[in-house]
Design a binder for this molecule. Structure first.
Ligand SMILES: [Zn+2]
Length: 95
């Protein structure tokens, strides 16, 4: 059994992560920027439009919100399907 303080601390971190994820997805309109579909906030990916991520957005959740907002400002909000298609198209000019 984990100590209560550890449980509360971990639970708090999970809540902060989920809140930040829902917040940034809502800020970006809550729709995939390619297909326009709405999904649960946990479904979305952030795709870097500058061709690289300085850090994975998912790894930033739970930290400073300013860092999350800074990172997502250079990204597209995409559903997993459109995110995969983007990466395939980046690897191959034609499919
Ligand atoms: Zn999509």
């Amino acid at each position: 059994m984990i100590p209560y303080k550890t449980y509360v601390s971990n639970k708090h971190k999970c809540l902060v992560r989920a809140a930040q994820q829902a917040y940034v997805v809502a800020l970006r309109g809550g729709r995939c920027e390619d297909c326009g579909n709405r999904h649960h906030p946990a479904v979305f990916d952030f795709h870097s439009i500058e061709g690289h991520h300085s850090r994975n957005v998912g790894s930033l959740y739970g930290g400073k919100l300013s860092k999350v907002l800074d990172e997502v400002s250079t990204c597209l909000l995409l559903c997993p399907t459109c995110h995969r298609i983007r990466h395939v198209e980046e690897r191959h000019d034609t499919y």
